[in-house]
Write a protein that binds this ligand. Structure first.
Ligand SMILES: *Cc1c(COP(=O)(O)O)cnc(C)c1O
Length: 384
């Protein structure tokens, strides 16, 4: 039996043709026609005027912050329940992160909490410069109230949509609401270029500044002229070719991931103590989670085993499963950073589990996962 991965790449034939085309035209890197087309196609799909293809999602957040003028002395509020790459770039620009707790309804930044904290910070003249709002596991945060509060207080809004390409809110795409948004095409994401990212923004000056900084800050003159410290962050033409092929499959991938989720729910939802990540009902009906990963929490007392025990049983069967992200305020490197709110994210981390959710997961593979999880439940122990 082969190993089952959490979220492996799922390649098709279209990207193979695009890569061959890049080879035949001898146009590998840097930049080239696939990069321009990938930016165009993604900005059309997401509905943002500007898109900049970059070497990673992390690079995209770095350039979003820098191009929006976030820097030393600024504080940046960010969801605490996330991957560390939502936070590292805040340090790259020498700003200070402040972590905001999640809510149980969406597992994303709690809108009531952050709006109240913004009002309070406004009264103290201690507003953050920006908020990095993460859309976790393929589901949008409750964007509208947070965007409104940001506008009221003059705070920049950046959407970390690395895990949420294809997710919608009020019928609009994740990433299209803020001053900037970004996606990741890392190997585990819903579509992949092996490694890559995209910055999207409604602001022409943010896009042009990010483009400049990403290509070693080379000014548009014949000789090499530099007025800024630059980075080597652009995406190669070959990888953009893979991205174009993958993008054609995105809607189908969303359908597959949602079907994987529905099947887990049908086959595990009856077990005591199992609760799946809810699909939030805000966003006026225009909500779609991509279910990038199927995630659930385990109430160990009712289920009969802890999240960690289930994880270990899966690993023993050569199945990759993971705990929900460890909140950033619990990370040793961020000890001493301020945190806003309670312990919802702590509880989600303590009890949350991510199951294999790839769009290429077969029914047989999924049955293996389901059987192991069921075998951990008290019910089945009693029956055995
Ligand atoms: C993957 C991810 C990133 C970083 O993207 P890379 O392309 O891997 O640099 C940022 N934020 C979140 C929430 C992610 O899951």
């Amino acid at each position: 039996m082969s190993r089952i991965y959490l979220s492996p790449p799922h390649l098709g034939v279209a990207e193979e043709a695009m890569v061959i085309e890049a080879f035949r035209s001898n146009w590998l890197a840097p930049l080239g026609p696939h990069v321009d087309a990938f930016e165009q196609e993604l900005s059309t799909y997401v509905g943002t005027p500007h898109a900049v293809a970059l070497s990673s999602g992390t690079a995209a957040l770095h350039l979003a912050l820098e191009s929006l003028g976030v820097g030393e002395g600024d504080s940046v509020w960010v969801s605490t329940l996330t991957f560390a790459a939502s936070v590292f770039p805040i340090h790259y620009v020498r700003a200070t992160p402040v972590f905001v707790d999640a809510d149980a309804e969406s597992w994303n930044m709690n809108p009531a909490l952050v709006c109240e904290a913004l009002d309070e910070a406004g009264r103290r003249n201690a507003l953050p410069r920006a908020i990095v709002l993460v859309h976790l596991y393929g589901q949008c945060a409750d964007i509208a109230p947070i965007a409104k509060a940001c506008q009221r207080h003059g705070v920049l809004l950046i959407e970390d949509a690395a895990e949420a390409l294809g997710a919608t809110y009020e019928g609009r795409m994740a990433g299209s609401f803020g001053d900037a948004g970004f996606f990741s095409f890392n190997g585990n994401k819903i579509i992949t270029t092996s490694g890559g990212g995209m910055l999207v923004t409604p602001h022409a000056h943010v896009a042009s500044q990010a483009r400049l900084l990403a290509s070693q800050a080379r000014e548009a003159v014949q000789h090499y002229e530099h007025r800024h410290i630059g980075y080597n962050y652009r995406l190669s033409n070959v990888l953009a070719g893979i991205g174009r092929g993958q993008l054609q499959q995105l809607e189908a991938r969303v359908t597959s991931r949602r079907a994987v989720f529905e099947r887990y729910r049908a086959c595990l939802g009856d077990l005591p103590g199992v609760s799946f990540m809810p699909e939030a009902t805000f966003g006026r009906g225009g909500m779609r989670s991509t279910r990038w990963l199927t995630t659930l929490t385990i109430d160990a007392a009712r289920f009969g085993a802890t999240r960690t025990e289930i994880c270990e049983a899966l690993m023993a069967s050569d199945i990759e499963a993971r705990p929900v992200w460890k909140p950033m305020h619990q990370q040793p490197i961020f000890a001493g950073c301020r945190k806003i709110g309670g312990d919802v994210s702590d509880l989600l981390f303590a009890t949350g589990l991510c199951l294999p959710s790839g769009s290429s997961l077969t029914t047989e593979q999924q049955d293996r996962v389901i059987a192991v999880v069921r075998s951990c439940a008290r019910e089945s122990n009693a029956a055995a």
